[in-house]
Design a protein around this ligand. Structure first.
Ligand SMILES: [Zn+2]
Length: 300
């Protein structure tokens, strides 16, 4: 884990050789509404823009923190300083950024936050409480904490769980995935199920291929994992609030909650590819194949 993990803050580092052996030729960024991927900056960060659907069925949802339907609006995840690619995409798709969501608050994932907040006082910034301390003061004042509710035990259960709600046509799950940083979260974005499907399936459970109706293709899902899970690797755990134990638990959480047809969209362009099928990661990602913390620690 360490050699690749160290490249997290060292963009010049090479990636693991096995990555190249298992690659496809698909090196283009992931551009498939509702999720657009941009590689921006010298550290090869991936920034994501979620284009909200034009459904009129936006639901306030069960949680007080949930947003109303956002026709023509967009969410940016981990904005970089150079906002021009986002601005041109917004113009192209006819949307306006109304929300900034962070996977975590390391400097290379929040560089574009101050400019976006300054430009529009109505933009909302969201992150996990345990990553709030690294934000600039002005951003802290604008921060809305993801409300996971009280963890069952602060010591025994570092995972705050999963928050789920709908925005327009999309089902969003915010999953607490500490390990690289204590307040790291991942965003699982899925096309919302049709009403008929919703009535027959538990909304609390993400749909998997095995749960899909015979004549229905499963909803498309995208796992935006920040620096917790990379293609064929995971993030480093030796930075402030990082933890091997948390990382191992988060990897198990991914295996439990992520539909196998999901597309993995990581926080940096460290692998040859820009994205990967989660089903392929389940078969070939060394961290996801570890059976215990010791195996994770001993990865090369
Ligand atoms: Zn990071």
């Amino acid at each position: 884990m360490n050699s690749q993990a160290n490249s997290n803050l060292n963009p010049g580092a090479t990636t693991r050789a096995t990555l190249r052996e298992n690659t496809t030729d698909d090196l283009a960024p992931f551009i498939k509404p509702p999720v657009l991927q941009f590689e921006i900056g010298s550290m090869r960060n991936f920034v994501y823009l979620i284009i909200l659907g034009n459904s009129q069925n936006g639901e306030p949802g069960a949680r007080p923190d949930v947003l109303p339907n956002n026709l023509g609006e967009a969410i940016v995840i981990d904005p970089q300083k150079d906002l021009r690619p986002l601005q041109s995409a917004c113009a192209q798709y006819g949307v306006k950024i109304t929300e900034i969501w962070l996977t975590h608050s390391h400097h290379d994932h929040i560089a574009g936050v101050p400019a976006l907040l300054d430009a529009d006082p109505s933009i909302r910034l969201r992150a996990h409480q345990k990553d709030a301390h690294r934000l600039p003061e002005a951003a802290k004042k604008r921060l809305t904490i993801w409300n996971f509710g009280a963890p069952s035990s602060e010591v025994g259960d570092p995972h705050g769980g999963c928050l789920e709600f709908k925005m327009g046509d999309l089902n969003i799950q915010v999953i607490h995935t500490p390990g690289h940083s204590a307040g790291a979260v991942s965003y699982l974005v899925s096309q919302a199920q049709s009403q008929a499907q919703s009535q027959t399936q538990s909304q609390a459970q993400p749909q998997t291929q095995s749960q899909a109706q015979p004549n229905d293709s499963p909803p498309e899902s995208y796992l935006i994992s920040g620096d917790t899970l990379f293609i064929r690797d995971c993030g480093r755990t030796d930075l402030e609030t990082g933890s091997n134990e948390d990382m191992f638990k988060s990897l198990q959480t991914y295996k439990k909650l992520t539909p196998i047809n999901a597309v993995l969209l990581p926080g940096h362009h460290y692998a040859r590819e820009c994205f990967s099928q989660f089903s392929d990661e389940l078969k070939a990602s060394p961290p996801l194949l570890c059976n215990n913390i010791e195996e994770l620690q001993n990865l090369p």
